[in-house]
Ligand binder design. Structure first.
Ligand code: P6P
Length: 334
């Protein structure tokens, strides 16, 4: 490992020196998230071997219970944080209500909302999947029990957000409000190493990403916009390429690196779309903004929305600044 390789821990220390007002709480939070990511990486990596190695049924050769990966990921994250003393409560895509901290353990100043393993239905096809997380400061007094209200904050108030992408390599990508940084896991040393400092999304891309299988239910403005992106107009850099993985973290990661636009709009079948605000759209919108991009419902900035429910869905249009602006111009035509 070269002498200037930045581990996550070293990067966090440097960040704390650079931004002294940031409390040490972030470093402990990010360290716990990185640990959870390594544990989930291990299980995801060997998921393909479950049948081959006879790790089927309720017990594997180590006598451990073989769980559905998204349940495993959820329980790993809950276990990592409930004794950390960093959080006042958690909210998970896998659980209906908020997850309180054990009453007999210290409570922290932050909330953690997360999707433990988004896209897990793709794992049998060996498609990249991901963990998405969003961290806010609690609103309730430190000597009270957290409530759902602590989670219903607009995305602009996030203090940290990010994702783990389990794929050809496992990456941790996050922002604490000072740019977006990507770390790649070196499994041989069990360290996340800085591989993408200060990621910036191109102002405009050449890729659009949407599930065309829903076209029958699209509203007319979306139909017109997508037809525009497919039109033969080389002077305007059209047509765009179409890429759709069907795993949000993978589609977003590509958009973050290459630019372009990802859309999961509302339609006649699902007016609010499919994706969740608190632990999918909001954290990715925070990253997009930090990387110079934008995220919108098509009419309103995702980061400005006042959440009303833990699991509420929201239309999501996210990506390069100019691409999202153009999409909004189509969607808001009188
Ligand atoms: P569709 C995966 O199930 C997921 O929640 C996201 O990861 C992904 O962006 C979306 O659903 C894909 O949904 O309807 O295109 O299959």
């Amino acid at each position: 490992m070269s002498h200037d390789a930045h581990t996550l821990s070293r990067f966090i220390m440097d960040e704390e020196r650079r931004h002294p007002r940031a409390t040490g709480g972030f470093s402990a939070l990010l360290s716990q998230i990185s640990l959870a990511a390594k544990v989930i990486h291990r299980e995801v990596s060997r998921a393909g071997l479950v049948d081959i190695l006879g790790l089927t049924g309720q017990e594997n050769v180590q006598g451990e219970e073989v769980q559905k990966l998204d349940i495993f990921a959820n329980e790993t994250i809950v276990a990592m944080f409930e004794t950390s003393g960093l959080l006042c409560a958690m909210a998970s895509e896998e659980e209906e209500g908020i997850i309180p901290m054990p009453p007999d353990l210290p409570h922290g100043a932050y909330t953690l909302a997360f999707d433990p393993l988004d896209g897990s239905s793709n794992i049998d096809a060996n498609v990249n999947i991901g963990t998405i997380f969003s961290i806010h400061r609690r609103l309730s007094a430190s000597d009270t029990l957290a409530t759902e209200h602590d989670f219903l904050q607009p995305g602009r108030q996030q203090v940290c957000a990010g994702y783990v992408l389990y794929g050809t390599s496992t990456m941790l990508v996050f922002s604490t409000g000072h740019g977006v940084h990507g770390f790649t896991l070196d499994p041989s040393i069990g360290e996340f190493l800085l591989s993408h400092r200060d990621l910036q999304m191109p102002a405009q891309g050449k890729i659009y990403s949407i599930n065309e299988g829903n076209a029958a239910w699209w509203d007319e403005p979306i139909r017109t916009y997508i037809a525009h992106l497919k039109s033969d107009d080389s002077e305007r850099g059209l047509p765009y390429k179409s890429r759709y993985i069907g795993s949000l973290v993978a589609d977003f990661h590509r958009t973050l690196l290459y630019g372009g636009i990802f859309l999961y709009p509302g339609d006649r079948k699902a007016p609010e779309g499919k994706l969740r605000l608190l632990y999918e759209a909001s954290p990715l919108a925070f990253l997009a903004q930090q990387a110079g991009g934008h995220a919108s419902t098509g009419r309103r900035a995702i980061l400005e929305l006042e959440p009303e429910q833990l699991h509420q869905r929201v239309p999501l249009i996210i990506g390069s600044r100019d691409d999202v602006a153009e999409a909004e111009s189509f969607l808001n035509r009188p």
